[in-house]
Design a protein around this ligand. Structure first.
Ligand code: 13P
Length: 265
């Protein structure tokens, strides 16, 4: 059975002082939650701060991207072992902002995914269509191409390693990110089911286990209906992860949802 997962993506927000206030409130707010997993993906300069505040709590931390190389002349890049050195367990990959603003592609996402699992990080692969693609009825085509670009590069051994690391998929329709528009629970469910079925074509066991989280204007007020969907295993939260009360409330929903798909192990 799958545990819900809530991941806060802070994007490029925060400073030492505000991070401390936010993290201390989240630690306090999540203290008694035991039925789901909680993660914050903070900007790289603050990973050290995340490690010092979050060690021995029920909140994990991770990076927002990673380079596939182990080391070398790659100015501005961060290697997988640098994230694990700072205690990261998770890393976001292929976020639409990386794709749209920093020219990352399916190919770079695949290379980074491979580097992440070799380095022992749990990859959270973000997929999702733009508004134009959505309106043209291309959602499944786009999501399939984003998934296949990564899955096709994984041999059996790498796929097994990715599963061992509990790889995560995040469906984030680009038109719902930071816009206040959310996919309806039914819309999200259809795409999540599509993602799970596509993984099942490769490995049915893996498909049953893999967590597929939804991102795009998730707030405390809409989290319950989204997380109640059978193939929605939690959320990837942007703006609302910067407000302790909102983030804690969303985590509480994930902690409380005990639909048959989300029972704790
Ligand atoms: P918002 O929750 O601000 O829409 O952002 C979603 C997102 O991009 C998380 O990765």
């Amino acid at each position: 059975m799958r545990r819900n997962l809530v991941v806060g993506n802070w994007k490029m927000h925060g400073d030492i002082k505000s991070n401390q206030i936010l993290l201390e409130s989240i630690i306090e707010g999540l203290r008694d939650f035991k039925n789901a997993d909680y993660v914050v993906c903070v900007p790289n300069p603050y990973l050290f701060q995340a490690r010092s505040l979050l060690t021995n709590t029920n909140i994990a931390w991770g990076g927002q991207n990673v380079n596939q190389h182990e080391q070398g002349a790659f100015t501005g890049a961060v290697a997988p072992h640098m994230l694990t050195d700072l205690g990261c367990t998770y890393v976001l990959l292929g976020h639409s902002e990386r794709r749209n603003l920093f020219y990352e592609t399916n190919l770079t996402a695949a290379a980074r995914f491979d580097g992440a699992i070799k380095g022992g990080l749990t990859p959270i692969l973000c997929v999702g269509e733009t508004l134009a693609e959505h309106e043209a009825g291309l959602t499944e085509v786009i999501v399939a191409s984003q998934m296949d670009a990564v899955m096709a590069t994984l041999g059996e051994q790498e796929f097994a390693k990715a599963m061992q690391l509990n790889m995560v998929f995040a469906y984030e329709p680009v038109w719902a990110i930071g816009t206040g528009k959310t996919a309806s629970p039914e819309q999200a469910q259809l795409v999540h089911q599509f993602i799970r079925n596509r993984i099942a074509r490769r490995n049915a066991d893996a498909a049953a286990k893999v967590r597929i989280i939804y991102g795009g204007s998730v707030k405390a007020k809409n989290a319950a209906e989204l997380f109640a969907m059978p193939d929605v295993d939690g959320g990837l939260i942007g703006g609302a992860s910067l407000r302790a009360d909102e983030f804690v409330a969303i985590c509480q929903v994930a902690n409380n949802v005990t639909s048959s798909a989300c029972l704790t192990e």
